[in-house]
Design a protein around this ligand. Structure first.
Ligand SMILES: [Zn+2]
Length: 75
């Protein structure tokens, strides 16, 4: 499950990342896996407090459409 982690209090600098499993203080943002950061929030956020908080790239990557499954009709 993915949660929001605050990198800075700047606009759009709260990123989605997979939940930490106790293996370190850093999280890996969905929008840039090569740039892990140490979040300001200790508790992962399920929702952001303000509309301007979330990173647009993370939201776009998180909501990519899943492939359509074609169902066969048997008669
Ligand atoms: Zn992001």
């Amino acid at each position: 499950m993915r949660f929001f982690y605050v990198r800075t209090l700047g606009r759009g600098d709260t990123h989605l990342a997979d939940a930490r499993h106790g293996c370190g203080p850093e999280v890996v943002p969905v929008c840039d896996p090569r740039s892990p950061f140490r979040p300001l929030n200790r508790t992962p956020l399920q929702i952001c407090f303000y509309d301007w908080q979330p990173c647009a790239a993370c939201l776009a990557a998180h909501h990519e459409p899943t492939p359509v499954r074609h169902l066969a009709v048997a008669r």
